[in-house]
Each structure stands twice: as structure tokens, then as C-alpha cells.
Design a protein around this ligand. Structure first.
Ligand code: ACO
Length: 335
């Protein structure tokens, strides 16, 4: 059986920086409140005039990852694209990347797992490589949240958190034993689906129905989050996913060289850091700059950490995420 190794990484965030104080234009909030509760100082929101979309950002990140892998777009055998904010209701965004990068007619699969989307996407790609079916897979996480947030005092508990961006990794076949992705661990608990969800438009709440109701109090087409409920579950599930990954590989928390947690909230990441007794150089956070970019957050953070030289050959890298669904998981990598 083969192993899969990350051979290329890339990310892209829009140029438009929105600082906490800029949000006061739309809502009653403060830099102090946002930083204290979430750690966020600023986020990137697409300037509608820029031409950036979820797929466009995904394609930009992908070009960098493919080049860094020393490959061309023709070497990619398959695409796995994680997003909750595709450019279109259907088809999914993977086919748009295939077209934008002028790739041959390879398969393209969309993963709908929100904040843990990149973890799920990596796991899917890893299985395809381990079985020998594909050699090089492009795995992307990208989100355009900004256009769909309720930018008002009513929606402030959600809208201040989310940012736009994209990241991509190339996973390639390797025959080096004990290196690359060691294991991945995926979970879900659908009974909490409504605690962090966007209900309409959907097939339970079609667009004509929303238009006909013409209800100014209808918030079903904005994301809803039961913040404290999500917070509590996130802390527990993050920890479980990390422990499960370590145990599966007979490793201890002391073996972790770099933890890349999904950038949901700096307070969650700090709680996990403390629980696993990790020093500051063993956890990478960038939510301060980008907010929560959902399926893009883990891959943007991984890429930045790698670019800064914080990940070295043979390091044990742990990726972990929790989010809407609820879904959660971890990926354990020997770099
Ligand atoms: N600015 C100022 N005041 C605000 C804001 C804001 N942006 N948002 C809410 N408030 C107010 C509320 O109106 C409320 O005021 P009140 O007491 O007068 O009614 C008060 O602040 C407390 O509101 P809560 O919603 O209870 O605030 P909480 O302490 O729970 O913090 C937060 C909200 C930051 C979202 C927190 O619950 C949280 O981090 N939850 C975790 C969920 C998470 O990380 N989600 C990220 C996305 S999902 C994922 O990736 C897993």
C-alpha cells in the first residue's frame, strides 16, 4: 500500500482588510468585544469589484500549490473541493476549478462538511492515494462568507467571526514508510445540525417560498449559531479527535511538533493548547488576521506555518477541526 504526502501548499486571501472598528459602520460592536471573545483583529472580505469568488480564490491557491509540488495541472489526477459557500447552488465548485485551471477531464468531488471540510477532504484524497487509484490529488478548501452574512446588530454574534479565503494542498503518492499522512479520524453528530446552520434557501425552504412570505424578520437565509453550545461541544470534540489520532499511532501529546487547529475562535485553540500542554511554538493560529474561514482555515494556517519555517522534516503535525453538522476530525501527519 502507498502513503500520501503533502508535496505542495498554497493559499490566497482577498486584499480587502476589514478591521474590527470598520464593522461599526454596520452594527453596534467594538474592537474590544470581538478581540476578547474571539481573538479576531481583522478579516478579509472580498471586494465585489475584485472578481474573486470561492472558486476563483480556490483556483489561485491551487496554482501556487501545484507549482510548489513541482507539478503541472496535467499531473493532477483528481480534485477534492471543500466548501460551504460554492459559487452556485449546483454544480459544486470542484468542476469550476477543473475549468479555471484548464485541467483535463479528471474527476472533481465536492465535500460539504463546513469547518471540518478540509479534514474530510484530505481523508478522502488519502484513501484514493493509499489504494493506488490516483497519484496526485488537489485538495482545496475555500469560502466566500462575506456576501451572505447579516451585517447588522441583529447578526453581529455571527458576522464578526467569518472571513473569506482559500487554501490548497497537493497530496502525492509516496513509498516512504512512516512518512506522510499516518491516519485520519472523522466523526459526526447530526442531532446538533440546527445549532450551527443556514436553513434557507434550501429544499425545505425554497427561494419562491421566501420571496412570497416577504417577511422582514425572516433570518433563515443567514447563518445561525448557538455560540455557547457550539463552544462547549467544540472543546470536547477537538480534544477527542486529537487523542484518537495520537492513540491510533501509539503517540503521546509530547510527540506533537505542530498542532494546526481549525481557526474557529482563539479561545478554543488556547483551551486545547493548555489541555495538551503545548508550548506557543507548537500551535499555529492566524484567526487574528483572517477570522474563521471555515473549510479554508486549516489549510491556510498549515500553509502559513510551513512558509514561516515552523514545520520541519520528520515533524509530527496534527490537524484538527470541529464545526457545523456537528462534524469533527483529525489528520495525523509525519512531515
Ligand atoms: N459585538 C458586541 N456585542 C455582541 C456581539 C458583537 N459582535 N455579539 C454578541 N454581542 C452581545 C450579545 O448581544 C449579548 O449581549 P446581552 O448580554 O446584552 O444580551 C452579549 O454580547 C453576549 O452574547 P453571546 O452570544 O452570549 O456571546 P458569547 O459570549 O457566547 O460569545 C461567541 C459569542 C464569540 C460567538 C462565542 O459564543 C463563541 O465563540 N462560540 C463558539 C462558536 C464558534 O467558535 N463559532 C465559530 C464558527 S463555528 C466553528 O467554526 C466551529
Amino acid at each position: 500500500m502507498y502513503n500520501s504526502k503533502i508535496t505542495g501548499l498554497g493559499y490566497y486571501v482577498p486584499d480587502n482588510v476589514v478591521k474590527n472598528d470598520d464593522l461599526k459602520e454596520f452594527m453596534e460592536t467594538s474592537d474590544e468585544w470581538i478581540q476578547e471573545r474571539t481573538g479576531i483583529k481583522e478579516r478579509r472580505w472580498i471586494d465585489p469589484k475584485s472578481g474573486d469568488t470561492t472558486a476563483v480564490m480556490g483556483a489561485k491557491a491551487s496554482r501556487i500549490a501545484i507549482e510548489r509540488a513541482g507539478l503541472t495541472k496535467d499531473d493532477i489526477d483528481f480534485i477534492v473541493f471543500a466548501t460551504l459557500s460554492p459559487d452556485m447552488y449546483f454544480p459544486g465548485g470542484g468542476v469550476q476549478i477543473q475549468e479555471m485551471l484548464e485541467m483535463p477531464t479528471i474527476g472533481a468531488l465536492d465535500v460539504r462538511n463546513q469547518c471540518s471540510g478540509f479534514i474530510y477532504a484530505m481523508s478522502v484524497a488519502d484513501q484514493f492515494i493509499k489504494t493506488g487509484m490516483y497519484k496526485n490529488i488537489l485538495v482545496i478548501g475555500a469560502e466566500n462568507h462575506s456576501g451572505g452574512l447579516e451585517k447588522s446588530t441583529r447578526g453581529r454574534n455571527v458576522s464578526v467571526i467569518f472571513g473569506d479565503g482559500a487554501g490548497a494542498a497537493v497530496l502525492s503518492r509516496s513509498e516512504e514508510a512512516g512518512k506522510g499522512i499516518l491516519s485520519s479520524h472523522l466523526h459526526s453528530e447530526g442531532k446538533h445540525a440546527k445549532e450551527l446552520a443556514l436553513i434557507g434557501p434550501s429544499t425545505k425552504r425554497w427561494v419562491p417560498e421566501i420571496i412570497e412570505a416577504n417577511d422582514p424578520d425572516d433570518v433563515s437565509y443567514y447563518p445561525y449559531m448557538n455560540g455557547q453550545f457550539v463552544f462547549k461541544h467544540a472543546i470536547g470534540r477537538f480534544s477527542e479527535a486529537i487523542v484518537e489520532g495520537l492513540e491510533a499511532n501509539k503517540l503521546q501529546k509530547e510527540d506533537i511538533d505542530m498542532l494546526i487547529p481549525h481557526q474557529a475562535n482563539l479561545r478554543i485553540a488556547q483551551f486545547i493548547q493548555k489541555k495538551f500542554q503545548l508550548s506557543d511554538d507548537k500551535v499555529y493560529n492566524n484567526i487574528m488576521k483572517y477570522g474563521n474561514t471555515t473549510a479554508a482555515s486549516v489549510i491556510i494556517a498549515l500553509t502559513e506555518a510551513w512558509e514561516k519555517g515552523k514545520i520541519k522534516d520528520n515533524d509530527l503535525v496534527v490537524l484538527a477541526a470541529f464545526g457545523s453538522g456537528f462534524t469533527w476530525g483529525s489528520v495525523i501527519i509525519r512531515w
